[in-house]
Design a protein around this ligand. Sequence first.
Ligand code: RIB
Length: 295
Amino acid sequence: MKVLCIGSMNLDFVYSVDHIVQPGETEASYSLDVFLGGKGMNQSVALAKAGADTYHAGLIGDDGKVFLDACKEHNVNGKHIKTIDVKTGNAIIQRDKNAQNCILLFGGANQMLTEEYVDGVLNDFEAGDILLLQNEVNMLPYIVDKAYERGMQIALNPSPFNEKLDDVDMSKIGIFLLNEVEGEQVTGLKDPDEIIAKLLDMYPDAKIVLTLGKDGAVYADKDQKHFQPIFKVQAVDTTAAGDTFSGYFLAGISEGMEVPKALKMAAKASSIAVTRPGAVPSIPLRAEVEAALAE
Ligand code: RIB
């Protein structure tokens, strides 16, 4: 079974700051680092590092060739990544002294997908293959419809949550991967149990993975519900923690792992990622995750 992610590739400009800058304030940063990121690429790298047969598709500009090298390095099949005459997407990230962040996106090439490009990519995949999506590329409604017609299983991380998701036929989504903020944005509810109940009411056949930050994560479908606490660590950078969790969880499920085991592996991988700076470079290999789980 192949796992395809049609998703973003961003150059992450990460500014280390004392606190997240406030409206009207000017603040000097301590340092600037540039990392590879983008929710799409982060989740593809997490999938591949977890051992899934991973394909990443999306668009970059001439300034994004480094993503092709990253695919080779991390065992992601990047043959569908295309270079166009538009700047690669980027993100301005402030990372504060408590390892919290805020992210400002510039879509660039990520927002230039066309029907022709999407059709060409999907032609390489078949019923039963998994498609993973986030909301950092355009054409989501079209991608979902076409992948569903093909019989692919579709997983959606509705992040960032905005009005562009209104046109997506959510009844075609098999797995929702979202955090508590996105859960509230989708359902209008704050309590995790109520969010899950509402999502299952709206999409009875879906599998829901709701991450709750320091309060762990919950999985639920119509037959089962499981809770996974976090592994406590000293975080230095929480960027891509959720992406690492999503990629590892999906990789576990795609290889037939029981849900509690996939949740535990995803939580451990995510706990390792937050101890390292950056997005793509922070994602651990499966062997490292398993060794840590065995400790
Ligand atoms: O989830 C973290 C990612 O969000 C960053 O890598 C940034 O590029 C944005 O897409």
